[in-house]
Design a protein around this ligand. Structure first.
Ligand SMILES: C[S@@+](CC[C@H](N)C(=O)[O-])C[C@H]1O[C@@H](n2cnc3c(N)ncnc32)[C@H](O)[C@@H]1O
Ligand SMILES: O=C(O)C(=O)C[C@]1(C(=O)O)C=C[C@H](O)C=C1
Length: 249
């Protein structure tokens, strides 16, 4: 299927505005995310496989900040556990509208419902799998802990949280290397210096990154058992964290 090319930052913007998941971004999003996140396809496929392994009968599987439904559809394809339902949630109306079209077009064995809502306002149902694929980094840092606490509470014993994030590294030398390698990845994918630098400016105020250690410490404090990284390429990684069977460690 032909995907429109992301050229949102190809020409000089007199003033680079804060990045928003608006209509223009939604239109080019498949191309944008593929050319911006190293390993995106591998992560999406891994999410489906992990969901199949950890899904429990008659439970919800959430995809928070679902955008066009990449992770929801991957779970829908891989999960065949009885009575599971996948719920994709995003607060961008243009994303949700397009996501619904994708879900319609790729009917999956496990059904997917798409809801337009802020994930901070959701009353979560008991869930066996919760995915946040590059979404937490757009949530205000001050409320991340509370949100994760509510996700932990919603998870069933043995349930799985998959958390993918762009991270920074406390060691400047390592951090610079990761940032440069990511920019080189974008160049190889056809982005110009102007596109890379304007997008970076646009993201500066809206995408606040934590370090891997901050993420792991926060998940451990919440009670998750030995959270770990199952995918990493440069400063893009995906963690998995399991809620213990007793649910109260
Ligand atoms: C980088 S995209 C996520 C990509 C997507 N998960 C995937 O796998 O293709 C971040 C998404 O999170 C959504 N988002 C950010 N903050 C949100 C919030 N508070 N509530 C709901 N959605 C949010 C944005 O609208 C955007 O669609
Ligand atoms: O384009 C970048 O530099 C990114 O950091 C990629 C990133 C993300 O990590 O969520 C940022 C915004 C969206 O366009 C999609 C991907």
């Amino acid at each position: 299927m032909h995907q429109p090319t992301d050229a949102l930052y190809a020409h000089p913007h007199p003033e680079v505005e804060d990045f928003r998941f608006d209509q223009r971004v939604a239109e080019v999003f498949p191309d944008m995310i593929q050319r911006s996140i190293p390993g995106y396809t591998t992560i999406i496929d891994g999410i489906g496989q992990l969901a199949a392994r950890f899904s429990q009968p008659d439970s919800a599987l959430y995809d928070l900040g679902c955008s066009l439904g990449g992770a929801s559809l991957s779970m829908g394809r891989y999960v065949s556990t009885d009575g599971c339902r996948i719920i994709g949630i995003d607060n961008s109306q243009p994303m949700v509208e397009r996501c619904r079209l994708h879900v319609e077009a790729f009917k999956t064995p496990t059904p997917v419902t798409v809801v337009c809502q802020d994930i901070l306002d959701v009353d979560f149902e008991p869930a066996s799998v919760i995915v946040m694929n590059f979404t937490l980094q757009f949530v205000e840092p001050e409320v991340r802990q509370d949100l994760l606490q509510r996700l932990y509470d919603a998870l069933l014993p043995g349930g799985l949280l998959i958390l993918s994030e762009k991270v920074n590294h406390p060691h400047p030398c390592t951090n610079d290397a990761w940032v440069d390698l990511h920019h080189e990845f974008k160049r190889r994918n056809g982005y110009s210096e102007l596109e890379i630098s304007q997008k970076r400016t646009a993201l500066e105020n809206v995408m606040r990154l934590d370090s891997l250690q901050t993420h792991l410490d926060r998940l451990t404090r919440l009670g998750f058992e030995q959270p770990s990284v199952w995918f990493q390429c440069y400063n893009f990684l995906s963690m998995m964290a399991i809620k213990g069977e007793s649910g109260d460690e």
